[in-house]
Design a protein around this ligand. Structure first.
Ligand SMILES: [Mg+2]
Length: 185
């Protein structure tokens, strides 16, 4: 069987990362404002680029960038965004099946998140794409294996199902959903 896992809000708790980043701001809605403004401009999130953006927006000063960058790196390194139990389950499934990690985002930052949670070794293939997820899966088009696509985004899941009708789509709403699914194997 083939298992294709999404990263953010599927395998890892990305809300925890956002909560951490919010600490830069004195009010939550300020974060939302600048976060949306940044995404409009850059499309994909990278923490360092976000800091540069905040500097040009005069939210933070140049002299604080290095410190904030280090804090964020340490946060990612020292925070578990996925439980050890879940990791063990994935590791076990990987012994008998092909595991693919497919994530949409900026390469460097996504890689940093994957590495910080020590997830790299669990997957046969890691795909970080800037474009639509469905375009990264053409290599699976003619594979007849039972394939699970595990992802939190409904709209993406719909498109994937259309392009790959034989995929089993597992819509993940929270950590419990993921645990429940993994328990079957
Ligand atoms: Mg996601």
């Amino acid at each position: 069987m083939i298992f294709i896992f999404d990263l953010d809000d599927t395998l890892i708790n990305t809300k925890k990362i956002k909560k951490e980043i919010k600490k830069i701001f004195d009010q939550d809605d300020k974060f939302d404002y600048y976060y949306q403004k940044f995404l409009k401009k850059e499309k994909l999130f990278n923490f360092l680029n976000f800091l540069s953006f905040l500097k040009t927006e005069k939210v933070i000063e140049e002299k604080n960038i290095k410190k904030l960058q280090k804090q964020h790196k340490d946060f990612l390194k020292n925070t578990s965004l996925i439980s050890q139990e879940t990791k063990n389950k994935i590791k076990n499934i990987g012994k008998n099946h092909d595991l693919i990690l497919l994530t949409l985002g900026e390469k460097k930052y996504q890689r940093e998140k994957i590495k910080s949670q020590k997830l790299d070794s669990y997957f046969k293939k890691i795909v970080i794409t800037k474009e639509k997820k469905e375009n990264s899966l053409n290599f699976l088009q003619n594979k007849k294996d039972t394939t699970y696509f595990i992802n939190d985004k409904k709209a993406e899941n719909k498109i994937i199902k259309k392009k790959f009708p034989h995929f089993h789509i597992i819509h993940i709403k929270n950590e419990k959903d993921l645990e429940k699914f993994l328990c079957k194997f």
